[in-house]
Design a protein around this ligand. Structure first.
Ligand SMILES: [Zn+2]
Length: 759
């Protein structure tokens, strides 16, 4: 007996142990579920603003519509009972219908509970945009909470509530929820990111700063009786929600828009197949003012395929292939390609090689001479060509950098040697994340010193063979020119809570000093000379601004031979750099153009022309620039002799049309610019027939030829881009197409480029 009792006791004790200790949490949860109900109070998600306080992401109230199926079944049953009762009363003659003032019967009931249910299914599926099956299966669920639809706008939520209110059903209800709106649609899409249907940050700032933006949900907890019904209010407790913080970016909407507009122009003109990227950053602090990836997508419709060509291709697929292609395409469009994808930098990398060699005192800037015969053959390897196959001959370091000469940089690379080259490669942060405050940052792939051959060293020295992300490139280049400081770039300036307290403030963060201030000064001066020094780098020139820069063209070795990456990194002012810009066109159509100096440089110039004045940098002209400054044409109406004097003073010619005694009209109009030596047409008779000219085709014309043709056609021009004083400058584009009929005197904008020594 004792033995049997002991065994029984042991079994009971073990069960107690199992319930109270081992499975404690499970039973606790079951108990709580029976005794407590809770209603979620959603925290309001914080907004995202640009650097000027203009909203880029905001949340608005929407509603989650849900059904309590058990309650619904009870209510249906009660409704049927009322219907049955009333039909019995009608039969008995005891039912007294009531009418409103217009004679409509009040308190009518449906034909049957089943009929009401079917009507409700149709109504809900139509209003909420869900299938009838979804509604009908929710109605028979054995639960108290079944979500029918998320993110329902208020008018629809009100209609749905009113429908159920007619027969006093309380089983259908709504919960307030939030919806995210992005007022600028595509602008900075891959930087801002978006939220999932559940409201969690996905991609970009929405993901990186989700903890700040999300806030903390609150809830009301109420006790339930033994049947699971909620007890009255006095047994409940409410924990208020803590709303999310607001994020203020360093990105300026105006600058971002400028970047995206000019990237789009570049992609269209050069039929860029892969990606186009642009980053504009403060060279002293690392604050990013603009970061663009083209093509972009609409943050309000992130799941839609923005690339119409890709969308058409997907439309022809079916089943798994279609599903996979859609998800691949979405992933691709959501990516911030400025920070996630790697590329071969090409000659832009010569800035890093130069910095390392100058820091190590391996280059005599005054006396060194680098000889280029057009190619170099290293033992056991195929010849490595300079992009000028004829060779650059003997050159100083400055000339070699301006020429972007590969053999010269192979020599500089060999002076550094594998160990020092790799040391600086690492020091400039090219094999590590920059630490930018955005998710999914990629990392470049560089050689390791122990397995780097002489050929690897030679090609790496001029930027071929290693890969890095655009953000790594601009950050390392920035260190080369800003005094040597490798910065941590950032896109968020500050985060502010709902009471206005600053809870996070990003500031200049120096990761390390890579080269000395002295070396950096030499590097930025040399890069300034690249722009003024007559090579294709001069294409970025903007009169009145001191700009330094280096272009690059890399072969995409991983792909077919004819695929290139064209890029440019430039900065201003040269003496004390504050603004730095990277432009990358990955896989332009090589038949149209693939050199960095042809594809990326003009785009960079267009961006700087817009952004530098916007940021408060005003032109300061050199004496040489003053000489070639354009002339703004004033109002000349009135006395002919006054007009003549004015134009003589401005160095502009004139021609008088008509026999009147006063100037009554002029071309070009007041405020237009013309190059010095241009001609203004003065009309002296009212109703004079305007004389017309046909715009000539000036593409590839030298400055002299362009000047002559324009004058011959009675037109005017202003020159942009490379200096017209460079012997090899030619017209790259004209603002009014050839063949257009325009009035005499009209000003055409000509963009000059230097076509030699392209890289
Ligand atoms: Zn060369």
């Amino acid at each position: 007996m004792t033995g049997v009792f002991f065994l029984l006791f042991l079994m009971i004790a073990m069960n107690f142990f199992k319930i109270s200790v081992v499975e404690n949490e499970r039973y606790q949860a079951m108990a709580n579920d029976q005794h407590f109900g809770s209603i979620l109070i959603s925290a309001h998600r914080g907004s995202i603003y640009d650097s000027k306080g203009s909203p880029l992401a905001k949340s608005a109230s929407v509603y989650k519509v849900f059904l309590d199926p058990r309650q619904f079944q009870k209510e249906l049953k009660a409704l049927q009972e009322s219907i049955d009762k009333r039909s019995k009363e009608k039969l008995d003659g005891t039912y007294k219908p009531k009418y409103d003032d217009d004679g409509n019967e009040l308190n009518t009931l449906p034909e049957s509970a089943e009929a009401f249910k079917n009507e409700a299914i149709d109504f809900l599926s139509e209003k909420l945009g869900i299938t009838a099956e979804k509604v009908s299966s929710a109605m028979v669920e054995n639960s108290q909470y079944s979500i029918l639809q998320d993110q329902v706008e208020k008018p629809i939520a009100d209609e749905v509530l009113a429908f159920f209110d007619e027969y006093e059903f309380i089983s259908l209800n709504v919960e307030e929820d939030t919806k995210r709106y992005y007022p600028h649609n595509e602008l900075a899409a891959s930087v801002i990111g978006f939220t999932s249907a559940g409201g969690d940050g996905m991609y970009g700032i929405e993901a990186y700063y989700d903890d700040y933006l999300a806030g903390v949900d609150g809830k009301t907890i109420s006790a339930k009786d033994s049947n699971g019904n909620e007890l009255p209010y006095r047994y409940s407790k409410t924990y208020a929600a803590k709303n999310g913080d607001d994020v203020y970016m360093t990105i300026d909407t105006e600058i971002q828009y400028t970047l995206e507009t000019h990237l789009e122009e570049m992609v269209t003109e050069f039929e860029v197949k892969n990606r186009a990227c642009a980053i504009l950053m403060n060279a002293k602090t690392g604050a990013i003012y603009g970061m663009a990836t083209y093509p972009s997508f609409d943050l309000n419709e992130p799941y839609e395929i923005a690339d119409t060509a890709a969308a058409e291709k997907i439309a022809q697929l079916t089943g798994d292939a279609a599903t996979k292609a859609t998800s691949d395409e979405r992933e691709a469009q959501w990516k911030n390609k400025c920070i996630t994808e790697i590329y071969e930098p090409g000659s832009v990398f010569k800035v890093i090689t130069s910095s390392a060699a100058i820091e190590e005192n391996l280059i005599d800037l005054e006396n060194d001479s680098f000889y280029c015969s057009g190619s170099v053959t290293l033992p056991g390897a195929a010849p490595i060509h300079c992009h000028d196959w004829g060779g650059h001959g003997a050159q100083s370091f400055q000339r070699a950098l301006t020429n972007s000469c590969n053999p010269a940089f192979m020599e500089i690379g060999s002076r550094l040697g594998v160990d020092k080259f790799c040391y600086y490669y690492d020091a400039f942060g090219l094999k590590e994340q920059t630490g930018i405050d955005l998710p999914a940052e990629g990392v470049g792939i560089g050689f390791e010193a122990e397995n780097m051959s002489p050929v690897d060293l030679a090609v790496s020295a001029f930027g071929q063979g290693d890969t890095l992300t655009p953000i790594e490139m601009i950050t390392s280049y920035c260190a080369a020119i800003n005094g040597g400081y490798l910065l941590q770039p950032y896109v968020v300036d500050k985060i502010v809570d709902e009471d206005g307290n600053i809870v996070l403030k990003n500031e200049r963060t120096v990761r390390r000093q890579v080269i000395s201030e002295d070396t950096s000064e030499k590097v930025r001066t040399a890069l300034g000379n690249v722009v003024t020094g007559g090579s294709s780098g001069g294409n970025v020139r903007i009169k009145g601004y001191s700009i330094g820069g280096k272009s690059g063209t890399s072969e995409r070795l991983s792909l077919d031979k004819d695929e290139y990456g064209a890029s440019y990194v430039c900065f201003a002012p040269v003496e004390d750099p504050e603004i730095i810009l990277l432009v990358l066109a990955d896989m332009p159509n090589a038949d149209i153009g693939y050199y960095g100096s042809v594809v990326a440089v003009p785009t960079a110039r267009h961006i700087f022309e817009d952004v530098l004045p916007y940021l408060g940098y005003y032109p300061a002209y050199t004496d040489e620039e003053i000489e070639e400054l354009d002339v703004k044409i004033p109002l000349l109406e009135g006395s002919i002799s006054d007009a003549k004097d004015t134009l003589d003073g401005l160095g502009v010619k004139y021609e008088i049309i008509g026999n009147g005694i006063e100037v009554v009209a002029q071309s070009p109009q007041t405020g237009s610019s013309v190059a010095k030596g241009g001609c203004v047409y003065l009309y002296t008779e009212k109703g004079n027939n305007v004389e017309y000219a046909v715009v000539p085709d000036l593409k590839y014309s030298s400055p002299e030829v362009a000047n002559e043709s324009i004058a011959y056609c009675h037109l005017n021009y202003v020159a942009k881009g490379a200096s017209v004083k460079k012997s090899n400058a030619v017209v790259n584009s004209q603002s009014i197409p050839a063949g257009t009929r325009v009035p005499f005197g009209t000003t055409i904008e000509l963009e000059f480029i230097v076509n030699e020594n392209q890289d």
